[in-house]
Design a protein around this ligand. Structure first.
Ligand code: SF4
Length: 147
């Protein structure tokens, strides 16, 4: 059983989580790390609290009370306009302070976002590749289905 906490970007705080929960069910995107037969449970879902992300400091403690094994930072942090500037700091802090591994990404990057970002100088796919690899290696057909 893998117990998962999800933190989304507060710019999308009204998001209903449709893409994330679909991706978890289909084991796509950041959730491709888990096998189809591996049991998973969402034990927490929160937003970062708004720039600069004050909730990152506290919300993993709530997740841990529910037995959290891993935190996923939602794909919206990577593909917003602009992307969140603090992804690596969030990851480092949560891993160091709470001892929880952090995966950057939930649902696949929708193809239309990838195509737009690829044209923008401030979105350096190579620069983010080290922590969003499962997102960038997703099949394009799958990405398109998340448009
Ligand atoms: S850009 Fe980053 S810090 Fe700002 S609201 Fe989104 S996740 Fe939070």
């Amino acid at each position: 059983m893998k117990k998962i906490g999800i933190i989304i970007c507060a710019r999308y705080q009204d998001c209903g989580g449709g893409k994330c929960f679909r991706a978890l069910r289909e084991r796509h995107g950041g959730f491709s790390l888990y096998g189809p037969d591996e049991e998973v449970e969402i034990v927490g879902y929160a937003n970062c609290g708004g720039c600069p992300g004050g909730n990152i400091e506290h919300v993993p403690a709530e997740f841990l009370k529910n037995g959290c094994d891993v935190v996923h930072l939602a794909t919206g942090l990577v593909v917003g306009y602009p992307p969140c500037p603090s992804i690596s700091q969030f990851k480092q802090f949560i891993e160091s302070h709470y001892g929880l591994p952090v995966v950057v990404g939930t649902h696949p990057i929708p193809l239309k976002y990838l195509e737009t970002h690829s044209k923008l100088s401030f979105w350096n796919a190579e620069g983010v590749k080290e922590f969003v690899d499962p997102l960038l290696t997703e099949h394009r057909r799958v990405m398109e289905s998340y448009n």
